[in-house]
Ligand binder design. Sequence first.
Ligand SMILES: [Zn+2]
Length: 412
Amino acid sequence: MSDRLYYHDSSLCEFEGEVVDLIPASEINRRHGVVLDRTAFYPTSGGQVHDTGFLTAGSPDTGSKLRVAEVVELEDGRVVHYIEADRAPQKGTKVYGEIDPQRRRDHMQQHSGQHLLSAAFVRLFNMPTLSFHMGSESSSIDLDTPALSAQQTEQAEALANQVVQENRPVAVRFVSQEDALTLGLRKVPTVGKDELRLIDIQDFDLTPCGGTHVRGTGQIGAILLRKIEKVRQGWRVEFVSGQRAVATARRDYSTLTAAAGLLSTGIWELPQQVRKALDESKAARKTGEQLLEQVAELQAARLLSETPAASGRKVIVRVWKDRDLAFVKLLAQKLTGRESGVVALLGSTLGQPSLVFTQSPGLPFDMGTLLKTTVASLGGRGGGNKDLAQGGVPNGAGLEEALSGVASGIAR
Ligand SMILES: [Zn+2]
């Protein structure tokens, strides 16, 4: 067992210890593992992620610093520091440990914030916390509840922040399992241990926990609740505390300001303005579609009147540079819908060059086969049925000639 110094002092970031065991690098973990008799490094456990920092063999001034990249706890209670170094210090070496204080403070803020939030949800709505997860951007708790409203979330956030502002003391107490059961803990431990470490937020929350916490709730700074979502076992509440809350609020504000700038409005007016812009764009799209329909109708009429019939059939060949495939298809439909005996061999070179073959119902040709042969000769792909087919080709060169070729084949 390693003596865990953070159990008694979460703000301790420098300590001395001795190497008592080594875990050789392996295929699974390519780093050397170092076990010390005592450590202030927190190993990943209970939803909280590990500390990082340095171990220095010998004197902190002259010894070489070994970076601690990961810290884990083994089932037997040993804490393993995985270091980024070619070789590990020998057993018996005295080492000087330094923990990244910013990362530790951040973790203390997230974790202590979690205690307050979990307690707030129990006090206000009797919703126990099932699990806690600390992420690199935000943390989350899963609540045991079938429903959770935005209003409840805001109330819990307000209560938790009230306790932050009251700066209540956070004490660590060690009690026997037997005694603990009489104290009305928020969470009853499942694993049987002789002694329990309790985190006591004065007159607000008492719960067993092995993590690192602030000394007074004021050090949490602020708690900002984010997304809530239904998960399999209940509801997940995402949150950020401390400096992360400030950084997140700053990012939100910058994003909102940028969006508001695009719409030339203030950030509080954004929802109405976005709604208005969406409605306008929907209306404009509808108008555009109606106009396109009319243009296709008119153009179809003109093409049909310009094209003389031969043997009772009109064959229309046309390639557009400034119309897209959707319009060409619309036009094809209008051409064959208006008159019988029409064959339309159309193309567009706007964007991906494409072609559409169509004929009025009852004509004897096979548009699918004709189109397949044509696109194949141009290095493209496509297909369709007897009356309507479409395809794409790599480039527009030779498209008009190819369509004219098909037209003269039909005329023969
Ligand atoms: Zn805790």
